[in-house]
Ligand binder design. Sequence first.
Ligand SMILES: Cc1cc2nc3c(=O)[nH]c(=O)nc-3n(C[C@H](O)[C@H](O)[C@H](O)COP(=O)(O)O)c2cc1C
Length: 139
Amino acid sequence: MLVQLIYASVVADSSAAAVDTILAQGRRHNEERGITGVLCHGYGVFLQAIEGERAAVNQTYAQVLRDARHRDAQLLYFGEICERNFSNWWLGQVRLEKLSPPFVLKYVERLPLTPGQLCGTSARAMVLDLVATAAVAHR
Ligand SMILES: Cc1cc2nc3c(=O)[nH]c(=O)nc-3n(C[C@H](O)[C@H](O)[C@H](O)COP(=O)(O)O)c2cc1C
């Protein structure tokens, strides 16, 4: 059974090197576990979507929650899915600061984006919009 999970958290180390390490680790593990997903980062926020087999998604999220490279993670969405939305990426990335303010404003009450104000439905709509508008990069 496929499930999808989306959370937002506060970045502890926003250096490019730190984010690159997270992406490299995530891609390696996710491929091993058959997980696909996207990591959005910027404005001090991580917004991540992962999908795959339920136990693998739970295991990955449990590991991610214990990671000191971010904090205050909030689970925004968890649900069963019939098909993957991120099958192109073991862990794609989106730089939130490159998005136009009107794009982000579609999904939040006010700018800048903060984890607390994102509701699950909007977070999912935003990530799906990122996929549809080709804003997800492999690197
Ligand atoms: C914001 C964030 C997102 C992460 N995403 C993933 C992920 O998608 N998959 C994954 O396996 N690890 C991810 N990690 C890393 C895990 O928390 C953990 O450090 C890693 O799986 C352990 O790798 P290791 O066993 O090679 O040390 C993420 C970490 C952070 C801070």
